[in-house]
Design a protein around this ligand. Structure first.
Ligand SMILES: Cc1cc2nc3c(=O)[nH]c(=O)nc-3n(C[C@H](O)[C@H](O)[C@H](O)COP(=O)(O)OP(=O)(O)OC[C@H]3O[C@@H](n4cnc5c(N)ncnc54)[C@H](O)[C@@H]3O)c2cc1C
Length: 475
């Protein structure tokens, strides 16, 4: 690799190849780690991206695009070495146009920062991932991120109109449009959504703005049976209600936040947290009342609702802090992002929550069921002692069984975080039919296979041995 040439392109200050930096860029929020990264290049503009890609393509050097590295499946882990293309310095909000109800941004713009800038205009960018404080628009597009409000407002794909993309050979192209509808040919902007850094580098995105609601009302209901909470979620969604949030937390999730943060959440098998938003109080009230009735029908109790921002934040605090709390569930255990975001048909929510607990018990691991269940996403995390090899073997079995279950009820491997490495074996098993065409699409965009190779359809068949694990495992 010609490091001097790369320095000339991006400037000496925007390239790092020291051991410490390469170590950091060898992992993301997944269980994976590699020591193969050779150089980290931080382009400052589109021209830089074009020149780096041209050089990499001519010399067949792998390129792994990276936002902030919050992906949970190994997306930004550079398993083939080569260049890590860190896009977070390209973080300009190019234009906010309320009259066209769009904004144009560079890929390194962070979700929450964008929303801070949009607020004075009375709009927001709707996907709302829990990682919004750090995750970038480029990473959200590449993973089709969604979040707590996706039940009403959809995923990233639903708020994306167009984009500029640097192709593998360095050419700059424009996909999509500035308009809400677009029937002008193949939907190539859509194809980039969920492309996991494998088809091109997004250097600018045109995003649809959503009006900020004047009112938000948050409510909580307790349940003594997890299945009843799951059934409530299915019933709410099939009733025609339009909650702007519908979240589940099971007993392990509740115990974790209570233990870590002393929040005093109720000692029950499950809670659901739901929100309605809108411009008129009577409408929001009506929505909340309708959901409460469905909760009652399924033995929900202990309701509380509030329009007050402070109280809403308190009610939501446990869910918000859940991810960090799970790591403290048991001394010496970590919270591994495995089988973490499957999506199932609405009617299968209760059965899936139950299956998570059964499969965990059978395989001697601790798993929790929670998530943006209103939109079909059910999260789990596997809590394990990472130093014990047998725990990884148990986790492997649990993950496989869970995905077999999800597949059997018509669900999918990932509703939110993407496939990359850890979910690739299960995704491949369930989507054998589309692997050949997925490879052909990749070849059309990237004939030399330099963009994030060996992920998704070309990832290794065993996620435990696909890379080093981010933890020290004793044999
Ligand atoms: C605590 C926590 C909570 C989370 N909550 C949610 C949630 O609620 N909802 C959700 O959907 N996800 C969630 N995630 C997962 C993750 O934050 C999202 O997938 C996020 O969109 C990743 O953005 P990133 O900037 O970190 O991208 P990275 O992890 O850096 O990269 C992700 C992928 O995008 C590609 N990529 C990055 N930039 C570009 C670009 N400009 N052009 C082309 N490809 C690019 C990379 O190559 C990689 O394949 C969570 C993660 C954590 C750790």
């Amino acid at each position: 690799m010609d490091i001097e040439k790369l320095k000339k392109i991006v400037g000496e200050d925007n390239l790092r190849d020291d051991v410490a930096e390469l170590y950091i860029y060898g992992s993301d929020a997944s269980v994976h780690q590699t020591d193969k990264a050779q150089v980290v290049v931080k382009p400052q503009n589109t021209k830089h991206v074009q020149e780096v890609m041209k050089y990499a393509n001519e010399n067949m050097i792998p390129v792994t695009a990276r936002g902030i590295g919050s992906g949970t499946s190994g997306h930004a882990v550079p398993i083939d070495g080569g260049i890590v293309l860190d896009l977070k310095d390209m973080d300009k909000i190019i234009e906010i146009s309320p009259e066209n109800i769009i904004c144009k941004v560079e890929p390194g713009v962070v979700n929450d920062e964008l929303n801070r800038q949009l607020q004075p205009y009375g709009f927001f960018f709707a996907p709302t991932p829990a990682s919004g404080k750090v995750c970038t628009i480029g990473g959200m597009i590449a993973n089709n991120a969604s979040g707590i409000r996706s039940v009403k407002y959809g995923a990233t794909r639903d708020s994306l109109l167009g984009m500029k993309v640097v192709l593998a050979n360095g050419d700059l192209v424009e996909f999509g449009s500035n308009t809400r509808v677009d029937a002008a040919g193949f939907q190539l902007a859509r194809l980039m959504v969920g492309s996991e850094g494998m088809l091109g580098i997004v250097v600018e995105a045109t995003l649809k703005l959503t009006p900020l609601p004047k009112l938000r009302c948050l409510a909580i209901s307790k349940f003594n049976k997890l299945e009843e909470a799951g059934k409530t979620i299915s019933d709410v969604m099939s009733s025609g209600a339009t909650p702007s949030m519908l979240e589940l937390m099971d007993d392990i999730a509740i115990q974790s936040v209570n233990k870590a943060f002393n929040l005093g959440l109720p000692d029950v098998e499950a809670v659901i947290i739901f929100e309605a938003d809108g411009m008129i109080e009577a409408t929001v009230d009506g929505e909340i009342e309708r959901i409460i009735k469905i909760c009652e029908k399924n033995n929900g109790f202990g309701f509380e609702m509030s329009y007050d921002a402070k109280r809403r934040a308190e009610i939501y605090e446990g869910r918000k802090k859940l991810f960090s709390a799970l790591s403290r569930y048991r001394e010496g255990y970590v919270c591994a992002d495995l089988a973490d975001d499957m999506a199932v048909p609405n009617s299968q929510m209760a059965a899936t929550a139950h299956a998570i607990h059964e499969i965990a018990k059978k395989n001697n691991v601790i798993m929790t069921a929670y998530g943006h269940c209103g939109s079909g996403v059910i999260h789990t995390k596997i809590l394990l002692n990472p130093s014990k090899k047998e725990q990884w073997d148990d986790a492997r079995k649990a993950v496989e069984e869970l995905y077999d279950f999800v597949d059997s009820v018509g669900g999918i491997t990932s509703g939110e975080h993407g496939i990359a490495l850890s979910k690739a074996p299960s995704w491949k098993k369930s989507r054998m039919d589309i692997i050949p065409i997925t490879r052909e699409v990749k070849k059309a965009f990237d004939p030399n296979n330099i963009l994030n190779p060996h992920k998704l359809m070309d990832a290794p068949d065993d996620w435990v041995t696909a890379t080093e694990l981010r933890y020290r495992v004793k044999e």
